[in-house]
Each structure stands twice: as C-alpha cells, then as structure tokens.
Ligand binder design. Structure first.
Ligand code: ARG
Length: 276
C-alpha cells in the first residue's frame, strides 16, 4: 500500500477553550448531567491538543468562550470554511443557538468578506466534511437535509448527503473522518452509523477506506483531525493506529476524556479555516 510519503501541510485552526465547559443538559446520548466534569482536567487536555497542533507547525486562533454557552468548546460546530468563504451554523438545539452569532461575528471581525447566515439547520463541520472536491454531509439528527443544497449552492461543490441512523453518532464527524484531503478517496468510517443506502454510497466512493470497528468508534476514534500526515485522535481508539500506519499516516493519541462527557473529542474541538 501507499507508504511513508505522506506530507503534512500547515493548517489554520480555530478553537475555543473549555473555560465554561460543563454538562448541565443532555442533547446527545453521551451527556449525563449527573456525571461530574473535572474542569481543570478538561482545560489541561484541551491545552494539550492546542499545543500539539502548534508544535506540528499549525496555527491555532482562539475564540473567546461565553459563560452561558458551555458547549462552545466544540468549535467545529460553529461554521464551515472553504476557500475563505464562511457558511455559518444554525443549531438544532436552543441550548446552542447563540453560538452561531458568536462565530459569525468572529469571522467578520477577522476580515472574512463572505459570511453567510444559513437558512437551514447545519452544525458546521460537525456534519460537513471536506474532501478535495466534495462536501460530505451528515444529516438525520442535527443538520437538516435542506442544508445540503444550501451548502452546494454556496460553496459550488458537490454535496453528498449521508444519513446517520445511530443516536450515539449524531454528527458526521463522530462516524467518519477525512484523512488526505488532497484526494477524494481517503477516509475512515464506521458503517453501522449510516443507513443502508448511505453505506452503499460510502462503499462506492471509498472502496479503500479504513473501516472502524465498534470499540474504536465508541472511543470517538473517528473524531480525528489529519494534516495530511499526522492523525490526531483519542488514544483509546487503539484499533485504528495500525491501519493508519499501514497507509503511511502517523497517529497521535490524545486523552480528551473530560470533553467526551459532552459528546465530543479532537475534531469537535477543531474548526479548520481553509483559505482561498
Ligand atoms: N455537546 C455537544 C452537542 O451535543 C457536542 C458537540 C460535538 N461536536 C461535534 N463536532 N461532534 O452538540
């Protein structure tokens, strides 16, 4: 198989520190308000992820957290940015509604000329995954199918709708991860998270994909970020390490156990800012 030639390219990420992270409501099956969260540990784990990106040569900008928005740490949900164009989010749950405007304001303040407030519900990169020329779009739990044509029109790239069927994998980025985004062929995913038809679509588009097993998916192993070479993912998703190495990737395991209590991990905390 393809080996050792993987090249990382420098990325720009937007992250939001979990200063006000807590689990006081439950909008996904991972969130249990009765389970205590260690905020100091959450912060340390998050800082470790941020510092890891920086030591790999990536830039990380930080969004200012709001005390009344405990899920803001999951910055991936706030927007989708391709070619410097920003499609804002519209959240499915009222608890997170206000995050969308915070993100849009950040992009306007940081000189992004095109910032769209969407008509339809989409939870940003939680449900949109970018390959070289396509946009893969998860739907069923959060993002509306109506967001798919909206994103296609805005970004001018084909949107491939994928129906999510297991509430534990409520966002696309919990069930599928794009690896080398200079191609339209390199992903890893967990088939049972998708409807039979969507599974067939994935098999057709990605015949060489890494297929995740249940324990790795449940450890949020697909909630990964790849820079072309390094794949940052939860360290508990051990079964994915060898298949990644076989394909020339360098897996880097992280412990984000506290953020998992909110139903998120590496990718959820990371919004990629793709410039033109
Ligand atoms: N508690 C958040 C929610 O349920 C977690 C979001 C995780 N983010 C992600 N990109 N999957 O909305």
């Amino acid at each position: 198989m393809r080996t050792s030639q993987r090249r990382a390219t420098p990325r720009d990420y937007l992250m939001c520190p979990p200063t006000h992270f807590r689990v006081t409501y439950s909008i996904n099956p991972w969130m249990d308000p009765d389970k205590p969260v260690d905020l100091r540990l959450a912060l340390a784990q998050w800082e470790d992820l941020r510092d890891r990106y920086r030591s790999l040569g990536h830039t990380v900008q930080e969004l200012t957290p709001h005390p009344e928005l405990p899920d803001m740490v999951f910055a991936a949900n706030g927007a989708t940015v391709i070619d410097g164009r920003v499609l804002g989010a519209r959240f499915a749950h009222s608890e997170r509604t206000a995050e969308a405007a915070v993100h849009r304001a950040w992009f306007r303040e940081h000189g992004y000329p095109e910032v769209r407030e969407p008509d339809h519900i989409n939870e940003g990169e939680g449900d949109f995954a970018v390959t070289a020329s396509w946009l893969l779009a998860g739907r069923g739990f959060r993002s509306s199918p109506l967001s798919n044509p909206e994103a296609q029109e805005y970004f001018g790239r084909p949107v491939i709708g994928l129906d999510l069927v297991d509430p534990r994998y409520y966002h696309l980025d919990t069930a599928l991860s794009v690896l080398d985004d200079t191609t339209d062929s390199d992903v890893m995913y967990y088939p049972p998270a998708f409807s039979p038809g969507s599974r067939a679509v994935l098999a057709r588009l990605f015949p060489d994909a890494i297929i995740a097993e249940e324990p790795d998916a449940a450890a949020f192993g697909l909630n990964a970020v790849c820079d072309g070479r390094h794949v940052l993912l939860p360290q508990a998703a051990l079964g994915l390490f060898e298949p990644l190495r076989e394909r020339g990737y360098e897996p880097i395991g992280l412990d984000l156990s506290e953020l998992l209590k909110g139903g998120g991990s590496v990718k959820c905390c990371t919004l990629e800012l793709r410039s033109a």
